[in-house]
Design a protein around this ligand. Structure first.
Ligand code: ATP
Ligand code: TZP
Ligand code: MG
Ligand code: MG
Length: 264
């Protein structure tokens, strides 16, 4: 059975500590997918929620001291209970604060999968790449190799997204080519992807790389179909149709359109 079908069948509870920009969009996207979102960041309860969840997703988009404390508590609880843990290091590299917090999170927690743009992932492992706020700047470098270095250094799966997505565990690397450039005109499409990744990891039985690759492929195909259906209408219509497609795309549909190749 596909991981998508498993998500829709088991309706996994996904705990999100995320930013104020994307919380609603992320919850709606997870619901459309067939997962069960729980957005909660109070330090008094995050450990309990992480323990009862099927995956925990930490997103540093609008960071503050209270959120950092809660992310550490939720992450420790996820680690103790064997719950997969996703980190989206939004804007790492844009400020010293964000970069230092990501260093703390990856050193104190056992991350299952790190998902970011190329600049964010570079800065998480102490390398440089141009960055403009929460978006990656143009940079020069071998992106798949950077992903492999990150995966080896952090001991987790690493997903670097952009026009093409790189998915690696440090030894096996896939390139996923689906997607549409209009995704860059809707805020939170990266953040929602990290949460969708959490839902696929939740049902993966530990096959992190395979589930992550399917998540990326599915997400890209949903975006392509949504873009086709709203051609000429702009990002507002696309955003709504994209939520529709997260609910409607079948495993057969995305398997037929999926463009994934193995790099190493
Ligand atoms: P950034 O802030 O740099 O945009 P992000 O966190 O929003 O990063 P993206 O890299 O934009 O994350 O990835 C979100 C989704 O958009 C992924 O599915 C990715 O494949 C897709 N995507 C991003 N850019 C393009 C593009 N130019 N063409 C096709 N798909 C894209
Ligand atoms: N500012 C702080 S977090 C955020 C913005 C605009 C959302 C970023 O979302 P994404 O998915 O990385 O584009
Ligand atoms: Mg984007
Ligand atoms: Mg992002």
């Amino acid at each position: 059975m596909s991981y998508l079908s498993k998500v829709r069948e088991s309706n996994p509870l996904i705990h999100n500590i995320t930013n104020i920009v994307v919380a609603g969009f992320t919850a709606n996207g997870l619901l459309a997918l067939g997962a069960s979102p729980f957005m909660a960041d109070a330090s008094e309860e995050v450990a309990d929620i992480a323990a009862m969840s099927a995956a925990v997703v930490l997103n540093i988009g609008t960071l503050n001291d209270a959120a950092i404390r809660s992310m550490l508590l939720a992450g420790q609880s996820a680690n103790q209970h064997g719950v997969p843990l996703v980190l989206d290091p939004v804007g790492a590299g844009a400020t010293a604060f964000r970069t230092e917090v990501t260093h703390r999170l990856v050193s104190e927690l056992k991350i299952t999968a790190l998902r970011g743009n190329v600049a964010e992932v570079a800065h998480v492992i102490g390398e440089s790449w141009s960055i403009k706020g929460v978006d990656a700047g143009a940079g020069e470098g071998d992106v798949p190799l950077l992903a492999v270095r990150a995966a080896r250094k952090l001991g987790c799966a690493v997903i670097i997204t952009g026009k093409e997505d790189i998915i690696t565990d440090g030894s096996t690397t896939y390139v996923a080519g689906n997607g549409h450039s209009i995704l860059t005109q809707v805020t939170g499409t990266g953040c929602l992807l990290s949460a969708v990744l959490g839902a696929f990891l939740a049902v993966s039985g530990g096959a992190w790389l395979e589930a992550a690759t399917e998540a990326l492929s599915f997400y890209g195909v949903a975006a392509e179909i949504a873009a086709e259906r709203t051609a000429g209408q702009g990002p507002g219509s696309f955003q709504i149709e994209f939520l529709n497609q997260l609910a409607l795309v079948t495993p057969e549909q995305y398997q037929a359109r999926s463009r994934v190749s193995q790099l190493h």
